[in-house]
Design a protein around this ligand. Structure first.
Ligand SMILES: [Mn+2]
Length: 413
């Protein structure tokens, strides 16, 4: 059984927090309440458009995906919900038993992700399509997704559209914008109380000339047009290189329009690499804006932290544990920022002093602190080591291969 003997290095961090005049218990409580949702598709054999490399332990069925998500939650303590993808996870339509299975496994169903980009009819778009029949089909799929959300107890409808055009003149941009607003309004009107609509944006791909929801401003306007329970979803990989994502986050928070995140990292484009693997400082800067607003308002913001990644080389569960652990560690660094000192430096135009305040927090090794938080939650300090020692991957690889055949010959859910 894990003990909650505080590590010397964690104790030093907590002593520093006390010396800064803050309450270390509050910091620990915030770290325990931090939650991040993992995606069902992150446990299955997904990959790149060029191909995918099969893993015998990858989830084959919806139940496998929920079991794997439950394993991540069991070890990290901060992943109680699983985002689902309607087309991939419910190929035969809504199945309320999935909600029950999730609960038994130890997780619940999180954001519902409709899919209006794979069917042949969506060649020229979904909500933006000129053809009213195609628009109707796309809207109906989203209405069905709302109903599915109701049935499985989800409180978020997460929308991403591949809509756009590949060539100048292909379609009228303003007409498409209006069709989008109209469709989103209809879907919003069907949502039950307590459900949030999340509108995601992406600058390009698969459309290469213009994308209908290309940036946070467009997502913001469409969310406003949809209704009062619509917010913007920030996918960290959906920006041009060098774009200042934390500024977008700060503005959305200030307008009460930040709904959530799809976390991932990238080096070039929408690479879907594990969070913080390339640029952890960027994730820290995003969390700094969030924690700063939380401290100003005196309460945690209602933000859906979700993962949107595709693990083509790494074992899926290990990659997910790495991701949520990194998020937890970087969130802890943001909590460590001495904001009184920062405000003081800002008031004196002490540029170096202000930046050093952020750097001092960022370069603090928060891994022992997260280990201590986990021990206090009755978990092992090192979730990745605990997973590797558990033999889970070898066991499910054997079970799933026995049941469905080797991955390359099996069909995938
Ligand atoms: Mn995404």
């Amino acid at each position: 059984m894990a003990t909650s003997q505080v590590d010397d290095r964690a104790q030093r961090i907590l002593d520093q927090v006390t010396a800064d005049g803050r309450d270390p218990e509050k910091l620990l409580a915030r770290l325990k309440s931090f939650a991040i949702e993992t995606p069902s598709w992150g446990y299955a054999d997904t990959g790149t458009r060029f191909g995918k490399f099969h893993q015998p332990a990858a989830a084959r069925t919806m139940c496998d995906k929920l079991d794997d998500a439950a394993q991540v939650h069991k070890l990290t303590g901060i992943c109680p919900s699983v985002a689902v993808h309607v087309l991939w996870d419910f190929p035969n339509g809504p199945d309320p038993k999935v909600g029950e299975y999730a609960q038994k496994a130890g997780v619940r169903i999180g954001a519902i992700n409709p899919n209006v980009f794979q069917a042949q009819c969506y060649k020229y778009g979904s909500f933006g399509n000129r053809d009213a029949q195609v628009r109707r089909k796309a809207i109906q799929h989203c209405l069905d997704s709302v109903a599915l959300g109701k049935a499985v107890g989800s409180n978020a409808l997460s929308l991403w559209f591949a809509d756009g055009t590949n060539y100048p003149g292909q379609d009228d941009i303003r007409s498409r914008k209006r069709r989008f607003a109209e469709g989103l309004r209809e879907v919003h009107a069907a949502m039950p109380p307590g459900m949030t609509m999340l509108v995601e944006y992406k600058p390009f791909e698969p459309a290469f000339y213009h994308t209908d929801v290309a940036d946070w401003g467009m997502a913001y306007l469409l969310a406003k047009a949809a209704g009062p329970e619509a917010r913007v979803l920030v996918d960290t990989g959906h920006h041009y290189l060098a774009q200042n994502i934390e500024q977008i986050v700060a503005w959305l928070i200030d307008e009460n329009m930040l709904g959530g995140f799809h976390f991932n990292d990238r080096r070039y484009s929408d690479d879907d690499l594990t969070l913080g693997s390339i640029d952890p400082y960027q994730v820290f800067r995003i969390f700094h804006e969030i924690v700063s607003a939380e401290e100003e308002r005196g309460q945690a913001l209602n933000i859906a932290y979700m993962v949107d990644q595709s693990h083509n080389l790494k074992p899926k569960i290990e990659a997910m544990i790495q991701t949520v652990t990194t998020a937890h560690e970087l969130f802890a660094k943001a909590l460590l920022v001495n904001r009184a000192k920062l405000r003081d430096a800002q008031s004196k135009d002490d540029v170096v002093g202000a930046e050093e305040t952020l750097r001092a927090a960022f370069f603090t090794d928060t891994r022992p602190l997260i280990g201590y938080v986990r021990q206090q939650m009755g978990l092992e300090a090192d979730a990745l080591a605990a997973h590797r020692a558990s033999g889970y991957e070898a066991r499910v690889a054997q079970e799933r291969t026995a049941k469905h055949g080797s991955p390359s010959e099996a069909s995938y859910a």
